[in-house]
Design a binder for this molecule. Structure first.
Ligand code: FES
Length: 109
């Protein structure tokens, strides 16, 4: 089991179960997060910016590898619908481009 903290959602912290994606843990807690392709690994709108704990994430999935190869996923980004946490804590942020209009993000706007 791991832990995800979303810095610009007021440091919201959730447990992520073994085998559970970060997005599934967010959804289980009732947190809205953009996921335009419906978690199929086909968009990148569900991405998160990793602030710390990158080493605690499971390796890239094939979808993430593909987006990394074509430049649509940066080295400090992961897809929440793909990424699982091996153990330990991960801190992330929601990118500005994928923030939802009805949510309040505390990133200085
Ligand atoms: S929801 Fe589309 S890649 Fe994650």
């Amino acid at each position: 089991m791991g832990e995800i903290t979303v810095q610009n959602l007021g440091n919201l912290t959730l447990n992520v179960a073994a085998g559970q994606t970060v997005l599934a843990a967010l959804q289980a807690a009732g947190i809205d997060w953009m996921h335009a392709c419906g978690t199929k690994g086909r968009c990148t709108t569900c991405r998160m910016i990793i602030i710390s704990g990158q080493e605690n994430l499971a390796p890239d999935t094939p979808a993430e590898t593909r987006f990394r190869a074509n430049g649509r996923l940066q080295p400090n980004e992961r897809l929440t619908c793909q990424a699982q946490i091996s153990s330990g804590a991960v801190v992330c942020r929601v990118p500005r481009q994928t923030q939802l209009p009805h949510m309040v993000y505390n990133d200085g706007r």
